[in-house]
Design a protein around this ligand. Structure first.
Ligand SMILES: C[S@@+](CC[C@H](N)C(=O)[O-])C[C@H]1O[C@@H](n2cnc3c(N)ncnc32)[C@H](O)[C@@H]1O
Length: 257
């Protein structure tokens, strides 16, 4: 899974670093046939790693929300499935952050053996040497239907997730969790946000409900582009319900207060 394009370019007189080092994506995760959809890694997770890699140090993503320089950044992942996204972020953010330690908490619901599967993967990841320190990746139970206050009442700097929404009940639970953990406003400079990779048009009814419920909850939902991506590189999404078989497209959404 590691990208092969060179990060070092030869110049006539010396070697110069022209791009930041590419992220190591080789987190060893186990797949499983589960009733849960979390038994494999979904495409939106890969796309979100492209986005984080292109964004550089995590600090750049926090800048609009918090001007404070901190020594510990707490990141929460919702619906982590195999734990691949959280593990790749924990490894690579810690490798490129100079002063802050990034602690990533991956979560799953107990239903359909999803939490057991995630715990097995986190144990395996910790034993594999992929992570710089075992403590940078923690696992917790979190069902959006029966929210775990021990997780939701903590102060999260950033929330991440990929490919989480595919039925209406899930959207309601997801937005309910965000209502509890997203805080702050841009005027005070304090606050947090969720960066969520969503497959648009998998189900237009689900997309419509997501837009409606976030609006009703007073949350802002904005699509982000990769820093190096031409605005024209992505097709504009067709309006909801306008095509019988619309093309699926992974959109990086920033959800905030
Ligand atoms: C399509 S999978 C995506 C897994 C992972 N994020 C990825 O991109 O590879 C959706 C995940 O959301 C989790 N999920 C769905 N509904 C949930 C709920 N109500 N509470 C907690 N997790 C939920 C599922 O267990 C599953 O792991």
């Amino acid at each position: 899974m590691t990208k092969t394009s060179p990060s070092v370019i030869a110049c006539s007189e010396s070697l110069a670093l022209m791009t930041p080092p590419l992220w190591n994506r080789d987190a060893p995760v186990l797949r499983a046939d589960l009733l849960s959809t979390g038994g494999r890694v979904w495409d939106a997770a890969f796309r979100l790693v492209d986005f984080f890699e292109a964004s550089g140090p995590l600090d750049a993503l926090l800048k609009n929300q918090s001007t404070e320089r901190r020594t510990l950044v707490n990141v929460l992942e919702l619906g982590s499935g195999c734990g691949w996204l959280g593990a790749v972020c924990a490894r690579n953010w810690n490798a490129c952050e100079l002063s802050a330690r990034i602690a990533v908490t991956v979560t799953e619901q107990k239903a359909h053996d999803a939490l057991d599967h995630l715990e097995r993967n986190v144990d395996n990841l910790k034993a594999s040497g992929f992570l710089p320190e075992p403590w940078v990746l923690q696992v917790h139970e979190l069902s959006w239907d029966e929210p775990n206050t021990a997780v939701l009442d903590r102060d999260w700097d950033l929330i991440i997730g990929s490919d989480l929404l595919y039925e209406p009940e899930g959207v309601r639970g997801f937005v309910g969790v965000l209502e509890r953990i997203l805080r702050g406003d841009s005027t005070s400079g304090k606050g947090n946000c969720m960066i969520y990779a969503h497959t648009k048009h998998r189900y237009d009814t689900v997309d419509e409900l997501l837009y409606e419920l976030t609006r009703e909850a007073g949350l802002e939902l904005r699509e982000l582009r990769l820093p190096n991506e031409e605005a024209s590189a992505l097709p504009d999404s067709p309006p909801l319900f306008s095509e019988l078989f619309p093309e699926h497209r992974v959109a990086i959404l920033r959800i905030s207060r």
